[in-house]
Design a binder for this molecule. Structure first.
Ligand code: NAD
Ligand code: UDP
Ligand code: UDP
Length: 318
């Protein structure tokens, strides 16, 4: 029998989850895609619905789930500030109760579980680039805390279920990822800038645009998830996954304007509270343990992303 044949993907109708479902189906796995459709949409997996090895399940991870699976990718959680701040208590419940339920499921079934953590566990980092042994600089009381602290607690739960109950866990610290099927209204910088450029509207740069981010294309990230899940038992992480290429937000704005051939001009808006000034992953550990590094440059990845949003703008969806 093939290893990890029955795979549960929570948040499977979301941006990253739907691409992961695509790859798992390609690999011949049986995929259960679980989602409460808060920020994700069934349209992201419509093309898989009729597939004999694919099953969509509408369910909230804050509720217990009794099914039989061999591995679990726990991705369920709103990921953009607009969405996770919409109902902060539910965001915390999703990260914390969701992790408890999925770890409980892993414990009962003996499944491996990969937890989608985030670079936000580093908060506004004082060391640069961030390595996995850095404990972070998170404001536990601010508007981003429901997400950051929820994800930190989920990591703690993973480690404790591993130490106490021998659950096989893998912790992925995901840095900003972009690509087709990003939510058009999630307020993320890549989707905002592309849609603004395609409509020849002002590009809204928050602050002076000197803050930096590193952007990973979705196909590279999904590849890393698969490698991490199949890595030897002894490797738990946490492991940084992202593209170390670092860009200022102003550079991103200029690149998007150039690639879309847009007439848009840059306009500055106030910087949101607790907005990290810089973020860049150190991915040496992923290189060593998973033999992984991203293959797609920002320019290469922006092209299919722009094509995707062009389609949405044409259909009047974005
Ligand atoms: P997304 O919003 O597209 O996907 C999250 C999915 O989870 C959505 O389909 C949503 O409906 C679902 N969901 C939310 N709450 C749920 C609940 N209580 N029960 C069941 N389903 C629920 O976001 P994404 O970018 O695909 O993010 C996927 C995961 O990766 C998240 O855990 C996120 O925190 C993490 N992550 C993403 C990034 C990124 O740049 N995209 C960066 C760091 C971490
Ligand atoms: N759980 C679940 N599916 C399972 C097993 C457990 O959803 O197959 C949930 C259940 O809500 C439980 C939680 O996971 O409360 C944690 O499980 P654990 O076995 O650690 O705790 P206990 O059942 O002892 O409270
Ligand atoms: N940002 C921006 N204009 C926008 C949206 C975001 O200048 O229209 C900035 C934002 O202030 C942050 C960076 O882009 O400095 C990345 O924001 P995003 O919300 O995409 O991700 P995160 O802050 O979670 O890394």
């Amino acid at each position: 029998m093939q290893l990890h044949r029955r795979v549960l993907v929570t948040g499977g109708a979301g941006f990253l989850g739907s691409h992961l479902c695509d790859r798992l189906i390609e690999q011949g796995r049986e995929v259960i895609c679980l989602d409460n459709c808060f920020t994700g949409d069934k349209s992201n997996v419509y093309h898989l619905i009729a597939h004999p090895r694919f099953e969509f399940m509408r369910h909230d991870v804050t509720m217990p789930l009794y099914i039989e699976v061999d591995s679990i990718y726990n991705l369920a959680c709103p990921a953009s500030p607009i969405h996770y701040q919409h109902d902060p208590v539910q965001t915390l419940k999703t990260s914390v109760h969701g992790a408890i339920n999925m770890l409980g499921l892993a414990k009962r079934t003996g499944a491996r579980i990969l937890q989608a953590s985030t670079s936000e566990v580093y908060g506004d980092p004082e060391i640069h680039p961030q390595t996995e042994d850095y404990w972070g600089n998170v404001n536990p009381l601010g508007p981003r805390a429901c997400y950051d602290e929820g994800k930190r607690c989920a990591e703690t739960l993973c480690m404790d279920y591993h130490r106490q109950h021998k659950v096989a866990v893998k912790i992925a610290r995901i840095f900003n990822t972009y690509g087709p099927r990003m939510h058009p209204a999630d307020g993320r910088v890549v989707s905002n800038f592309i849609i603004q450029a395609l409509r020849d509207r002002p590009i809204t740069v928050y602050g002076d645009g000197s803050q930096t981010r590193s952007f990973c294309y979705v196909d590279d990230m999904v590849e890393a998830f698969l490698l991490l899940m199949d890595s030897p038992d002894g490797f738990i992480g946490p492991v940084n996954l992202g593209n170390p290429g670092e860009f200022t937000i102003r550079e991103l704005a200029e690149t998007v304007v150039e690639l879309t051939g847009s007439a848009s001009k840059i306009e500055h808006r106030p910087l949101p509270q607790d907005d990290p000034k810089q973020r860049q992953p150190d991915i040496a550990l992923a290189g060593r343990e998973l033999d992984w590094q991203p293959a797609t440059s920002l320019r290469e990845g922006l092209k299919p992303t722009i094509d995707y949003f062009e389609g949405l703008v044409r259909e009047g969806v974005a």
